[in-house]
Every structure is written in C-alpha cells, then in structure tokens.
Design a protein around this ligand. Structure first.
Ligand code: ZN
Length: 205
C-alpha cells in the first residue's frame, strides 16, 4: 500500500542529502523558523513550496479557509508556541482565490459540522454585504470575500493576547495578509500588515 509514496520519500531524502550531506542532521538539531504560515488546507496551496523554503524554515498551521478563530485551541496553541517559544518574526495569513471553504460558507447549502466552522466567514460576508453586492459578478464577489476573510483573520491574530503581549515586551513581530493565486502561483500582499504599536505598521485605531 502506498508504495509509490514511500518510494518518493526515499528518493526525496536521497536527493536532499546528495546536495547537502548534513541536511537532515542539521535540521533535526533545531527548529528556529522565522515565519508562521496560517493557510488553507487546500491541497493546491502547499505552504513551503509556494515560498520555496526548506523544512525547518516555516512553521505551518492550516485549516479550512485559513481561519484564526480566537476560541480554537488548535490555532491558539500553534500561535502561542510560534510567538512565545520560537519567537517568529512574521506571521502570514494566506488565503487563496478560488477557496472552496469561502464559497461554501455563503452558498446556502447545508454540509454539517463545517457550516459551524465557516460561520466567521458568513459574518464577514454580512458586514460587507453592500460592497460585495456592488461587484459585477459572482467571481468578483468570491475573490473579494477571500480578501476580506484574510483581513479579518489578520485582525484576529494581531489583537490576540499572545501577540499583544509580545509587542508589549518589545518583541519584533509583524502580521501580514496575503492571497495566493491558484492560476499563476503568485502571492499578492494585501498591504494590511500590522506591527508593534507606535511603528509604521502599528495598529490602526
Ligand atoms: Zn481554501
């Protein structure tokens, strides 16, 4: 079973050590990534590959529709570990155009548990209903809702006590909002970065 994947794994490990014999022994000794990626579970959005980083260089949390819900213990545990222990310098919330989770949040169909998970996106949708309805077509509304969802999650991360406490300690940390395009492989920075209070990216009131 899954022999092709196991063969892939052996080939991958061999290729890595052929280029750099100490690759795995060096990585095993430490985990000190400078970035936390909060992205969608979608198989077409592979975090490390998109930003061309090796194992050990990116701390990753992924869930359906890249949410950062302030009552989700999984996300909060990752966030606290990244901020307090690893002390990452940057957190990127990365949405993607064509996100099925975002579409499912507002298409009116019932799917079960995931409808509860996606509830925050329906709130974002309601808050921005005028802006969204003014857009010319379904695709434009979908793309914009993806962006608005990222913006909301950036605010969730930036207003979290772990991040607020890090800033109060003077820890360098920025929270960024990105959107990835499935059709050309490129990331767009939404330019909504939040940083320590009193700096250029300090929280907007
Ligand atoms: Zn998605």
């Amino acid at each position: 079973m899954l022999e092709n994947l196991k063969a892939n794994n052996r080939n991958w490990a061999a290729r890595k050590t052929a280029v750099d014999p100490s690759f795995f022994t060096r990585l095993a000794g430490q985990q000190a990534p400078e970035y936390l990626w909060i992205g969608c579970s979608d198989s077409r959005v592979p975090a490390n590959e998109i930003v061309d980083l090796d194992p050990g260089e990116l701390f990753v949390h992924r869930n359906v529709a890249n949410l950062a819900p302030p009552q989700d213990a999984n996300y909060l545990s990752v966030l606290q570990f990244a901020v307090d222990v690893i002390q990452v310098k940057h957190i990127m919330v990365v949405g993607h155009y064509g996100c099925g989770g975002v579409a499912a949040a507002v298409d009116g169909q019932r799917r079960g548990l995931v409808d509860h998970w996606l509830h925050p996106i329906r709130e974002v949708h309601q808050e921005h209903i005028c802006e969204l309805q003014a857009l010319p077509d379904e695709r434009a509304r979908w793309d914009r809702l993806v962006e608005l969802n990222v913006a909301r999650q950036v605010r969730n991360v930036a207003s979290d006590v772990f991040v607020q406490d890090a800033w109060a300690r003077g820890q360098p940390l920025h929270v960024h909002g990105w959107v990835y395009s499935l059709t050309n492989g490129l990331v767009t920075d939404l330019d909504i970065t939040e940083g320590p209070p009193g700096t250029k990216d300090g929280q907007r009131s």
